[in-house]
Design a protein around this ligand. Structure first.
Ligand SMILES: C[S@@+](CC[C@H](N)C(=O)[O-])C[C@H]1O[C@@H](n2cnc3c(N)ncnc32)[C@H](O)[C@@H]1O
Length: 245
């Protein structure tokens, strides 16, 4: 399947796309942590003057991206406790609350604990569709956990239990905030039809593009950071496809 990746701002990527051509827009933007995210193989800035500035940044990019999505398509916006509540209101405003489908919880397990609060162990993925009567969805099947269903598969719920990438994992690239392929396999397989087009405008290490390629979906990615684009290219090559630019 074709995959292209470009070093550009999210806005620059959208400017190159035709209207209503995208089946799935998956965006995992900076979460506004107020820090530089640093890993062995890259770093990116994740700081805005305040939450309002971050929302304005996201609003501008979502507003131009939404007309690029097909009537049967979807948006998955991957955030965490810092901003997901703001983003939900933003998407309600831009698309309408009736386009909300799910607030997915990615429960990742790893990380420390706190004596002052419940340990934060999940990210939030907001799923909105373009048309509640037409959006494409293939329910993912996961292993059942109950004794009665032992060894069988069941439809996934809105709580997705997939471990974060650990230090020893072979898929680890060293790029900061890399998401597990298992998570993107599940999301892309569920929300983009076979042969459809997935766009990831903040693609980081390219996890979404690799998942799309593995699943027979076309993919377009972009990232401001040249380190991210380089890692994405080499992952795609390793996965058996020659990435375009
Ligand atoms: C949370 S990371 C994405 C991680 C990715 N999902 C993965 O699995 O590796 C966010 C990415 O957004 C990129 N980014 C920040 N601002 C951007 C912008 N204006 N346009 C495009 N990419 C941007 C950063 O360089 C970073 O790679």
């Amino acid at each position: 399947m074709t995959a292209t990746v470009t070093q550009t701002d999210w806005l620059g990527l959208v400017a190159t796309m035709g209207d209503a051509s995208v089946d799935l827009l998956y965006a995992d933007p900076p979460f506004n942590t107020g820090q530089t995210q640093t890993g062995r193989a890259g770093a990116y800035q994740d700081a805005w003057p305040d939450t309002a500035a971050w929302i304005a940044w996201l609003r501008e990019r979502l507003a131009v991206s939404l007309p690029k999505i097909r009537p049967t398509g979807s948006v998955l916006l991957h955030l965490d406790w810092r901003t997901s509540h703001h983003a939900r209101l933003l998407l309600d405003e831009l698309l309408g609350p009736d386009r909300f489908v799910n607030h997915l919880i990615w429960s990742y397990g790893l990380g420390g604990s706190s004596p002052r609060r419940f340990a934060r162990k999940h990210d939030d993925i907001l799923w909105y569709c373009l048309d509640p009567n037409r959006y494409w969805f293939e329910p993912p099947m996961v292993e059942a956990t109950s004794r009665r269903m032992a060894g069988r598969l069941k439809k996934a719920t809105d709580v997705i239990e997939i471990p974060a990438i650990n230090n020893m994992a072979t898929e680890r690239t060293g790029y900061p905030t890399q998401k597990p392929l298992a998570l993107l396999d599940l999301l892309v397989g569920a929300c983009c039809p076979p042969g459809g087009l997935v766009v990831d405008p903040c693609c980081g290490s390219g996890t979404t593009l690799v998942a799309a390629h593995r699943l027979g979906r076309r993919a377009i990615g972009a990232d401001l950071n040249p380190q991210a684009v380089e890692i994405t290219r080499s992952r795609l090559t390793e996965a058996g496809t020659t990435p375009g630019a």
